[in-house]
Design a protein around this ligand. Structure first.
Ligand code: 5AD
Ligand code: SF4
Length: 440
């Protein structure tokens, strides 16, 4: 028998790409591929890419430049580009980097086995279709690899919201929800393989409306079904749109015991003028009202957000409105970005603002957000939290994991195993993590 071929996948961007990369590995597992620990060791390299900002997309070309050199030493090495850059710039990638053998978009990677056969025969393969068939269904019976106690699970893909800055509706396509029974079956399988926490993923996860036995299920209804699965301890979901924070979902945050007290709820800007130009279809006030309702249902919830500064024509007053909103909400964690012009999106046509000004605003926002993040993390000291242990810590006898609020926590002299969930008292807070002790 010939030695197995080795596959190295490098994943960029969002958690949905992480989920897709696992599926791609499963797709190619049938072609005799096992995982390579490094790119140098691989017979095939796949870059699973992100197109959300220009920097992310440009990274791909510089990485491909490096990979090309590996091919000089190993002429049989195959190089593929998957994900959203592949979708948006497939032909251009092939043109700009002749070392690339394969380009596959986010909706057609279940065809990787046939594409692999083709490139092994010395041809190039490009597939950026939005096929009729469902890739997850096509791959569901592939052998699965071992896994840790946490898993991502894509339940919804694509986006119909068309925010004026965003490429997602073009690269991932229209909103599609996976059937509820598939999600439930997949979760049960994950639990059998040792998973204790799942994070339901979707570009607009709270717009989920997957088919169930008696009609469509909302995300809240799906969560209640998942809540019944023995052995599953924690449920999270991301990313949500403020307009889809329905009452049943908000209520679930107060009543569903496995749903964790953490919510990522992007607002992008605190200025109504900018929100309108962004085509967000909510105002700062309506966002704040949603936050108020969520906190009424679950007072200790940790909120997270996404922000874009320097959107076309943003004035100092618009930016100040974002700072005011942040002051009002108080985020436990946040992701903030300088606006990046994306070809083909409506915002790319608008007058851009001065780059130095935008960088300076981003800095001010990030200072405020890190201050809030730090304060909320410090306020955990003295509190009792649940921790799911994910791996041994750096020191002997130490274990590390995540709290209910998604803070990194380490515990010294810990007799727990990976996958154990324990009650922990937080004793101190440092830059990026909390220290705790087991409550016996
Ligand atoms: N420029 C900067 N940030 C962007 N995002 C999406 N598109 C852009 C863009 N063109 C941010 C948004 C979104 C997150 C995933 O990425 O904040 O919520
Ligand atoms: Fe992009 Fe807006 Fe859709 Fe989020 S809601 S994926 S930011 S278009």
């Amino acid at each position: 028998m010939s030695a197995p071929k080795k596959l190295f996948i490098k994943t960029y961007g969002c958690q949905m790409n992480v989920y897709d990369s696992e599926r791609m590995a499963e797709a190619l597992g049938g072609q005799g591929y096992v995982e390579a620990k490094t790119a140098d060791d691989a017979d095939m390299i796949l870059l699973n890419t992100c197109h959300i900002r220009e920097k992310a997309a440009e990274k791909v070309y510089s990485e491909l430049g490096r990979m090309k050199r590996l091919k000089v030493a190993k002429p049989d090495l195959k190089i593929g580009v998957a994900g959203c850059v592949a979708q948006a710039e497939g032909e251009e990638i092939m043109r700009r980097q002749p070392a690339v053998d394969l380009v596959v978009g986010p909706q057609s990677y279940h065809r990787l086995p046939e594409m692999e056969t083709k490139i092994r025969a010395g041809e190039k393969a490009l597939d950026t279709d939005f096929p009729e068939e469902d890739k997850f269904e096509a791959l569901k019976n592939r052998p699965k690899s071992k896994r840790g106690p946490t898993a991502f699970l894509t339940v919804q893909e694509g986006c119909d919201k068309f925010c004026a800055f965003c490429v997602v509706p073009y690269t991932r396509g229209a909103e599609v929800s996976r059937p509820a029974d598939r999600i439930l079956t997949e979760t049960r399988e994950l639990v059998e393989r040792g998973v204790r926490e799942i994070t339901l993923l979707g570009q607009n996860v709270n717009a989920y409306h997957g088919a169930g036995a008696n009609g469509d299920l909302t995300l809240a209804q799906l969560i209640w079904e998942l809540n019944k699965i023995d052995g599953l301890a924690r449920i999270r979901f991301t990313t949500s749109h403020p307009n889809d924070m329905t009452d049943d979902l908000i209520e679930a945050h107060g009543t569903c015991d496995k749903l964790m007290p953490y919510l990522h709820l992007p607002v992008q800007s605190g200025s109504d003028t900018i929100l309108k130009r962004m085509n967000r279809s909510h105002t700062a006030e309506s966002y704040l009202r949603v936050v108020e309702k969520i906190r009424a249902a679950r007072p200790d919830i940790l909120l997270s957000g996404d922000f874009i500064v320097g959107f076309p024509e943003e004035t100092e007053a618009d930016f100040q409105a974002t700072m005011d909103l942040v002051e009002e909400v108080k985020y436990g964690t946040a992701y903030s970005f300088k606006y990046s012009t994306r070809p083909g999106t409506p915002a790319a046509e608008r007058p851009q603002i001065d780059d130095i000004e935008a960088s300076e605003r981003l800095q001010r926002l990030q200072t405020l957000l890190s201050h809030q993040q730090r304060e909320i993390q410090n306020s955990m000291v003295g509190r009792e939290v649940g921790v799911l242990f994910e791996k041994p810590g750096r020191l002997e006898g130490q274990m590390g994991g995540k709290s209910d609020y998604l803070h990194a926590v380490h515990v010294d002299n810990c007799d727990k195993q990976v996958g154990d969930l324990a009650r922990v008292r937080i004793v101190s807070s440092s830059t990026n993590s909390l220290a705790g002790e087991l409550i016996r």
